[in-house]
Design a protein around this ligand. Sequence first.
Ligand code: ZN
Ligand code: ZN
Length: 240
Amino acid sequence: MVKYLRTIADFLFPPACPLCDTPVSVHGQLCAKCWGEINWIANPKCIKCGYPFPANIDLGQNPLCPVCAAGKCELDWIRSACVYDDASKNAVLPFKHAAKINYAKFMARAMINALQDLYIDADIIIPIPLANRRLFHRGYNQATLLARPIAKEFNLKLDLNSVVRKYRPDMGHKNARERAQNISGVFSIKNPSAIKGKRILLVDDVMTTGATFAEIRKVLLKAGATAVYGITFCRVVRAI
Ligand SMILES: [Zn+2]
Ligand SMILES: [Zn+2]
């Protein structure tokens, strides 16, 4: 019956690439052209922060980037599905600012793929919260839309209430130090008993400098979290 209804739905609303409307075989899937334009992160990559290394260098079994080798990774590990560039921006900006919430399906699927080579021992999943004022204005938290299918896939409890965020004006194009200062003190824990003793997987759409992750991790560890991991759809990749 479900299959029958799906056939009718597909007839009425044929599956199309969310980015360019080209017909595709499955709802929510990207067409081959759009898929091919995105710079997906593959091996070799840093085992802690997922920083992509050039494909032609052999770094052995457990490569570490210089930042993580110096013990400066923002989280216990971080992964991102793709590089933040013009192609991924084309998906992320409308998803975040123009209510293109139907993008969540392919973005979350790509994030699930990026987690496949890890053993996921997280207890709960927390999307990076928005300040209430921003949530009210935007109508949705894009990180929550990504976290839902990931929580379902890995059978993790989705926690939307334990961490709250104060409103701060937009960070814009600030440098790493200014971003860290701007984010300092914005997160607080509303429900410490939900955090204590837990391993937490954080979800966000983009990782820019990692300042947001570093700040929220500090607050979570103070509340007794035992590990903090992260997954984003895309990340800024600078030469290191
Ligand atoms: Zn397309
Ligand atoms: Zn690294």
